[in-house]
Ligand binder design. Structure first.
Ligand SMILES: NC(=O)c1ccc[n+]([C@@H]2O[C@H](COP(=O)([O-])OP(=O)(O)OC[C@H]3O[C@@H](n4cnc5c(N)ncnc54)[C@H](OP(=O)(O)O)[C@@H]3O)[C@@H](O)[C@H]2O)c1
Length: 374
């Protein structure tokens, strides 16, 4: 297939950088690293884009591969083979989590592949039961041990929900309302070298503003959220770009619930026909072209291979699909609000979070003016 761009994942990180610079393709980059500056930097996009970016650059300077293998609901005895197939196909990014209960099998497959650790981007996530500051590092250590590595490229707060110690559905209201103590522990893990980048997952704009109103040492580099044809979240995509925050698209195909429906969307079929690519490739390409990392999951080796091949869509087809995605009522697949009896929807703008006024951003002192949405 023409114009496939993923081959450079096989390169080492530093070589990939010079390769990207030479290629002059569509590159989205953050400005100078802003560690400790307390400011978010905006992305800049290279002009004359003819290819999709193989990587995005984070504030740390690290380059995160734009297509990853997701391993949620990848069953035991299948996830290892999926990782093997992915690494063979050229993926260099695995999106995992403590809660997926398969980090040991992922780690074994990684080791057996012979691909050097520093050429694979590994993400894990801190589960809701471990938000208490003293629980954060032990939880990370468990993930590191299972994966058989001594650092992660990215560690995310999996949900903006802190559970009380030893419970699996009792919410710790204070730590949920302001996760700063948890975040400070993540910052410490960066300084210790156990984690190279830190971020969040499932945070809406008020929650991002709420967290970043604290005097952070490192701002979140990533927000991993549900992004699909069914839930395209244009406002969040725009806000993230304006605020130098990279989004990762989870359930990008609509998850197992909606994947078939996604492939039947007329605009997806039209792209597939026009470019002689599969519907999965059309939708995965659309995600990268929107400027997000994309995390398709499959345990079927042929699909794993298929999903890795993205290409730039002609503007007209891209815009048509974007317009169609924004034209219907949003539909979410993943939402645990009811499971935790929150009394509000975790994704609603006024869902249980204290939001600082714009003027207070970055200057939380405890005496500023606040409005509560609960
Ligand atoms: N942060 C979070 O809270 C969160 C939440 C959800 C997901 N995630 C991340 O995002 C990843 C992806 O999300 P997801 O698993 O919900 O959904 P997804 O990637 O949108 O969809 C996965 C489904 O699509 C099927 N599929 C994949 N490629 C296909 C292809 N080329 N043709 C036909 N069917 C295909 C898979 O089947 P087979 O596997 O049977 O091939 C599976 O049923 C997860 O694995 C996880 O890493 C994160």
């Amino acid at each position: 297939m023409a114009a496939l761009v993923q081959g450079s994942y096989l390169l080492t990180k530093s070589f990939a950088i010079s390769k990207l610079a030479l290629r002059g393709g569509a590159r989205l980059r953050l400005g100078t690293p802003c560690r400790g500056s307390g400011k978010l930097r905006n992305y800049t996009a290279a002009a004359g884009a003819s290819e999709l970016p193989t990587h995005f650059t984070l504030p740390s300077g690290d380059k995160i591969p734009s297509v990853a293998l997701g391993v949620w609901q990848a069953p035991p005895n299948q996830v290892g083979d999926a990782v093997t197939a992915a690494l063979k196909a050229g993926y260099r990014h695995i999106d995992g989590a403590w809660a997926y209960r398969n980090e040991d099998e992922v780690g074994k497959a990684l080791k057996a592949s012979g691909v050097p650790r520093d050429q694979v981007w590994l993400t894990s996530k801190l589960w809701n039961s471990f938000h208490a500051p003293e629980d954060v590092e032990p939880a990370l250590d468990e993930s590191l041990k299972a994966l058989g590595v001594d650092y992660l490229d990215l560690y995310l707060i999996h949900w903006p929900i802190a559970l009380k110690k030893g419970t699996n559905n009792e919410v710790d209201e204070a730590l949920t309302a302001n996760p700063y103590p948890t975040w400070q522990k993540l910052e410490e893990l960066v300084d210790k070298g156990k984690v190279r980048n830190i971020g969040v997952s499932n945070f809406n704009i008020p929650r991002l503003r709420n967290l970043t109103a604290n005097p952070l040492k490192y701002k979140p580099a990533i927000n991993q959220v549900e992004l699909s044809y069914w839930n395209p979240q244009p406002d969040l995509v725009k806000w993230a770009k304006e605020n130098g925050l990279l989004l990762e698209a989870y359930s990008p195909l609509g998850s197992s619930d909606l994947v078939r429906e996604t492939f039947n969307v007329p605009e997806v079929k039209e792209i597939s026909r026009a470019l002689s690519i599969t519907p999965a490739q059309a939708i995965i390409s659309w995600h990268v072209q929107r400027g997000t990392v994309v995390l398709p999951k499959s345990v079927t080796p042929s699909r794993v291979e298929e999903n890795f091949h993205v290409r730039k869509l002609p503007d007209e087809l891209f815009n048509k699909l974007e317009k169609a995605a924004q034209a219907h009522e949003p539909r979410r697949v993943v939402n645990p609000s009811k499971r935790y009896n929150l009394g509000y929807d975790i994704f609603d703008d006024d869902g249980g979070v204290i939001v600082p006024d714009e003027d207070d951003a970055g200057e939380r002192s405890g005496t500023g003016s606040w409005r509560t949405g609960v």
